[in-house]
Design a protein around this ligand. Structure first.
Ligand code: SF4
Ligand code: SF4
Length: 470
């Protein structure tokens, strides 16, 4: 057998960075149809967030998640821990909405309504007002420290911090009544948890919207990673039409660019300069793209100036581009079976949740049988003791009548009428007696009926077990 000698191969050493060095992005501000939509959503979400906390309903905060008393107040609705199902339904609705909107138009939520986008937009607007447009900001950052530079940076950070702390304060104000919180802030009597959450949420806003910005979308957001699983070739995405745009090149507006062998792209770089994540959409769909449409607005304005047709960068689908579909055929495919099924399931769940809330009885009852053995009274009756918890979930005092059914002659021997204050609960013992021979030895089913004396529609029946000893 021939032995082949092993000859060592020299290994070439290559230096390779395992992380991408951060490059600060200076997005150029942009006006246009998509920018207007983004700002409309900034106003809508922020008026909702900062304003709702101050609304009053029935002499209390309209929306309050009171963790101490474990009650969630949402205008006229009060949710108790027993209503956890509604929270689960809300999560299911959110997840299905995300599936539906992603299948229709990709990262629509990211580009318009995600808090990261919204706060980054506001922080960038403040930055632009103080430090100037893109070129002025780049120049300022490159210049050595001076009194002018320091005062601009100081003003910007002071306003950012004030806004971030106000955001943290508002957030905590949904868990602690906001007017009480304001008094505690002004009198320096905040509790340690309130201080922690106010600063935590405030500094998270300051850090994410002021410094991290697109890095949150690129490296931290899990949605960016799994969104591709929800895309298909009929999902609307922001796309550069390379067939129309290439070959790219600058040219004079008056020349016939086709005669020069050029496409519609004048290679002005505006689409890259306006991009908040700093990508070049002309390189194809990238996971960093948050579908904000800023590049569409930017490019459309360039097309207008050049006298070319708009839409070199546009929302379209892969199928529409490859198969050259007209708008009608494209939209027909966007609303395909998959999105219709998502939409139908979502509508059914929302309808069921709305009906359930509309017919929600503002009374909850828990019955627990006392662990002690049944008692035989002097008259020979058998007595079981129960603990009843009655929760009045309405902001109105009620008087309830308790009765027991299921065994002939069964009766409650102590209190049968109870008063429960508005939005509160009481727990008390209930003694039920049954005549000898009316029930079989062992366990027997009984039902407690709790009925509001002023409104017969408010009534709850709760099952329990009545034990008869041998
Ligand atoms: S904005 Fe439009 S024309 Fe300008 S580089 Fe981008 S794609 Fe080309
Ligand atoms: S590529 Fe266009 S749509 Fe995507 S993030 Fe950048 S500007 Fe927004």
């Amino acid at each position: 057998m021939k032995i082949i000698p092993i000859v060592p191969v020299p290994i070439e050493e290559v230096d390779m960075a395992l992380f991408e060095e951060h490059r600060k992005i200076y997005p150029r501000s942009q006006k246009g149809w998509f920018s207007s939509w983004r700002w409309a959503l900034v106003f809508f979400t922020q008026i909702l967030f900062y304003g709702t906390a101050w609304l009053t309903w029935n002499d209390r905060q309209a929306v309050l998640f009171d963790l101490v008393t474990r009650k969630f107040y949402i205008f006229g609705l009060i949710l108790w821990p027993q209503d956890f199902i509604y929270l689960a339904v809300l999560l299911v609705i959110s997840a299905l909405s995300l599936f539906l909107f992603t299948a229709i138009a990709g990262r629509l939520f990211c580009g318009y309504a995600c808090p990261q986008t919204v706060y980054t937009e506001i922080f960038m607007w403040i930055e632009k007002k103080i430090e100037g447009e893109r070129n002025a900001r780049i120049k300022l950052d490159d210049s050595p420290m001076s009194f002018h530079k320091f005062s601009l940076k100081f003003t910007k950070h002071a306003i950012w911090l004030a806004l971030a702390l106000w955001t943290g304060f508002t957030f905590v104000g949904y868990f602690t009544p906001i007017r009480t919180l304001a008094e505690e802030v002004l009198s320096f009597t905040l509790g340690p948890w309130e201080v922690f959450w106010l600063l935590f949420y405030g500094f998270a806003t300051y850090g994410n919207a002021g410094f991290m910005r697109e890095q949150v979308c690129k490296y931290m957001c899990p949605y960016a990673r799994f969104q591709s699983a929800m895309f298909d070739k009929d999902t609307l995405i922001v796309t550069y039409d390379s067939e129309r745009g290439d070959p790219r090149g600058s040219r004079n507006k008056k020349v016939d660019f086709k005669a020069l062998g050029l496409g519609s792209c004048v290679d002005c770089d505006i689409c890259v300069q306006v991009c908040p994540t700093g990508i070049d959409i002309r390189n194809g769909l990238q996971y960093e793209c948050i579908a904000c449409g800023a590049c569409i607005d930017g490019c459309d304005q360039v097309m207008d100036k050049m006298g070319y047709e708009r839409g070199l960068i546009r929302y379209t689908t892969e199928h529409a581009l490859v198969r050259k579909l007209d708008n009608k055929s494209m939209w027909r495919r966007v609303f395909r079976l998959r999105t219709l099924i998502y939409g139908a399931i979502l509508s059914l769940i929302i309808l069921a949740a709305a009906l359930s809330l509309a017919y929600h009885v503002p009374l909850k009852v828990d019955v627990i049988r006392d662990r002690g053995m049944p008692k035989i009274t002097e008259s020979g009756s058998i007595e079981n003791v129960y603990r009843l918890q009655i929760m009045n979930t309405q902001e109105l005092a009620h008087t309830y009548q308790i009765s027991v059914k299921g065994i002939a002659g069964a009766m409650i021997v102590n209190q049968t009428d109870v008063d429960v204050k508005s939005a509160s609960a009481i727990t008390f013992p209930v003694r039920v007696r049954v005549p000898t021979g009316a029930a079989e030895v062992g366990s027997n089913r009984i039902r407690f009926v709790i009925r509001d004396l002023s409104d017969p529609k408010i009534s709850v029946t709760e099952k329990a077990v009545f034990l008869v000893p041998k």
